[in-house]
Design a protein around this ligand. Sequence first.
Ligand SMILES: Cc1cc2nc3c(=O)[nH]c(=O)nc-3n(C[C@H](O)[C@H](O)[C@H](O)COP(=O)(O)OP(=O)(O)OC[C@H]3O[C@@H](n4cnc5c(N)ncnc54)[C@H](O)[C@@H]3O)c2cc1C
Length: 345
Amino acid sequence: MAKGVVVIKNKKAVGVEFYHKGTLKSVSVNKEIILSAGALSSPQILMLSGIGPKEHLKSHGIPVVVDLPVGDNLQDHICFLSYYKTKELVFNSPNKTDSLWTLAQYLTTKSGLLATPGGIESIAFISTDPKRPEYPDLEIHGEDMLFNEDAIEGELGVDPKYAKYYSGINDINGFILSFNLLRPKSHGSVRLNSTDAMQHPIIDPRYLENKEDVESLLRGVRFSQKLTETKTFKSQGTEFFHKPFSPCLEKSKFDSDEYWRCYIRYFTLVIFHSTGTCKMGRTEDPTTVVDPQLRVKGIHGLRVADASIMPSIVSGNTNAPCIMIGEKAADMILGIKPPTPLSDM
Ligand SMILES: Cc1cc2nc3c(=O)[nH]c(=O)nc-3n(C[C@H](O)[C@H](O)[C@H](O)COP(=O)(O)OP(=O)(O)OC[C@H]3O[C@@H](n4cnc5c(N)ncnc54)[C@H](O)[C@@H]3O)c2cc1C
């Protein structure tokens, strides 16, 4: 039997097993259990407890309590980075932020560079999908930086193997626009690696499996190239900056769509917004794990309240929606009714 699980008797969640300083302990519950371990761990805990895809649980020798598509529907935001050269750093630079003038400006008027958020200074949502022009499909994050190999690897998290293609680039003034795919069509899964709760599960994100995701990011590249033609970008002497990537040049002509499709497959990053693995929805929908009250289907006294319940990933950052899921779960448990919609007032 797996350890470190939700204990279920007669289809009712009756307790939790957990490790404390290496010792397995257990607590029993009188009311209900709320599982909030996030979109990668909540499905692992449910599967270890016998709630999950029947054949997968059987393959690990776990007795099946309820056959549910736990761990399916993994969704995340991935992004493609566009680099731009400018005459000088257009947002912040160490010279400016560290200057006495900047400090005095902040201390006296609470304005100036030290009053800016730092990191991601600008955000935009754009719609590039001709089939759904009413919805944004890409979110842009704007970030200033001095380019060099270290920044590309360290700050941006590009795999060192690929970041080295930017070697020889030293401290170029510029900024980055990150094009985040808001509604990825490629969905992955979380599965058990073993019945040991201390082992990581198998995460198979299947990024870019659906070609439409590549096409969305390609439209982002073309959008990012066009931006330099605008009056504002021109006023900063902005140039689209790209060092041709030889593995893609071997297969395609530079700057062709095929070249960028290849480049996207090498340089796309994830932004850690895992969601969807305990999908919420109608009870009769075979793809759902929890009902609209976040109760695990077929089990009494067990809810899930975290990013895993999102049926589709939200079109924006996930932290605030997760807080909202927690707040809503608390209201439902306490029996607090939702506020009256404005339209009914
Ligand atoms: C590096 C990084 C940067 C991010 N940046 C942003 C950002 O800038 N803006 C934004 O909106 N979102 C950001 N996110 C995403 C955001 O943090 C998540 O979407 C959100 O925290 C998910 O909330 P959650 O409650 O589902 O899970 P979590 O916040 O992951 O909470 C799950 C908790 O369960 C605990 N846990 C897991 N397994 C077990 C276990 N077996 N036993 C006991 N405890 C367990 C974990 O330690 C954790 O405390 C970022 C995420 C990462 C990883």
